[in-house]
Design a protein around this ligand. Structure first.
Ligand code: FAD
Ligand code: A2P
Length: 272
């Protein structure tokens, strides 16, 4: 009989799972070891996966949810019931190995935006993952006076990962020490639900267009002079938010051409 532990060590680009946390029936997060040689910019994604039955790995794009100074890598994941990867990935436990291709890429990076005063993170569902990285990176707060994290999900339970992360940031060893009591004014959190009653409700698009979020947070209207944004959600969400920001006069940028906002899909939808 082949030795299972010996087989594990033959995985190419293997990383060891250190912690797993299940947030809802359909959402979980986990942390893995970080290869010493891996350098990435907060907000980027990598390909991760598990070996397939035919020996070919099942790999999918995943935003790195941890900041670039962290010793480990964190990921925040959906559980798609019949999903080739996540139907299995959701069962990982500490000590298991996953595959990670060490080639980080992505558009949700600070370098793809022009300097500004206020940075908006606009996410639905697991689209908060790249911002979980950027919110924990001191460079974000070195570049911008204020960061506004808008996260929308159908239910309040689905907001828990982001809510806990934001609450813990005030006590973060790095950011807490850097910004102290001022931190609550630097990071503004605006979580909303759309299909369950909660203190704040509504789609991100509606709350931007109506100006409700600005009124609630006591912020001036969005303008191309002061405001920058990063968008991460479904294709339809991204398209709709893009239109809203363009109506405010902001233009889409890229690594090669920094402008006022950048966009990345949180997943590739059915048939797209
Ligand atoms: P798949 O066959 O890949 O997907 C099946 C269907 O499930 C899709 O057609 C879609 O309708 C739906 N779906 C897939 N992913 C999601 C999702 N995240 N939210 C809602 N519906 C979804 N997924 C994460 O969970 N966390 C991440 O940080 C993440 N980052 C990504 C970054 C990029 C740039 C891209 C393109 C995708 C990212 N994804 C992320 C999606 C991820 O690559 C996989 O699609 C997901 O893990 C499901 O894999 P699967 O093989 O189980 O199912
Ligand atoms: P809604 O409940 O009004 O559809 P989903 O679970 O379908 O991926 O959606 C996640 C969250 O994103 C939901 O709160 C949903 O609101 C919202 N959403 C979905 N599509 C859009 C869109 N095109 N513009 C703005 N918000 C959207």
């Amino acid at each position: 009989m082949p030795d299972a532990s010996a087989a594990k060590k033959t995985l190419p680009d293997a990383q060891t799972v250190t912690t797993v946390r299940h947030w809802t029936d359909s959402l979980f997060s986990f942390r893995v070891s970080r290869p010493a040689s891996l350098r990435f910019r907060s907000g980027e994604f990598v390909m991760i996966g598990l070996p397939g039955d035919n020996g070919k790995p099942i790999l999918r794009a995943y935003s790195i949810a941890s900041p670039n100074w962290d010793d480990e890598l964190e990921f925040y994941s959906i559980k798609v019931p019949d999903g080739p990867l996540t139907s299995r990935l959701q069962h990982i436990r500490p000590g298991d190995e996953i595959i990670m291709r060490p080639k980080p890429v992505g558009t949700l990076v600070l370098d793809a935006l022009l300097p500004g005063r206020r940075l908006w993170f606009l996410a639905t569902g697991t689209g908060i993952a790249p911002f979980a990285s950027l919110m924990r990176d001191p460079e974000t707060f070195e570049r911008y006076d204020q960061v506004v994290m808008m996260h929308t999900c159908r239910t309040a339970e689905e907001l828990t990962y982001g809510r806990e992360l934001v609450e813990n940031l005030a006590h973060d060893p790095l950011l807490g020490e850097l910004y102290g009591a001022d931190f609550a004014k630097r990071l503004l959190y605006y979580p909303t639900t759309t299909r369950e009653e909660s203190p704040l409700m509504g789609r991100i698009t509606d709350n931007l267009v109506s100006g409700k979020v600005n009124a609630d947070l006591n912020l001036p209207p969005i303008s191309a002079e002061t405001d920058r944004a990063m968008i991460c959600g479904s294709l339809a969400f991204n398209q709709d938010v893009k239109k809203v920001l363009e109506d405010f006069g902001l233009r889409e940028g890229a690594n090669s051409e920094p402008r006022e906002f950048v966009v990345e899909k949180a997943f590739v939808g059915d048939g797209i």
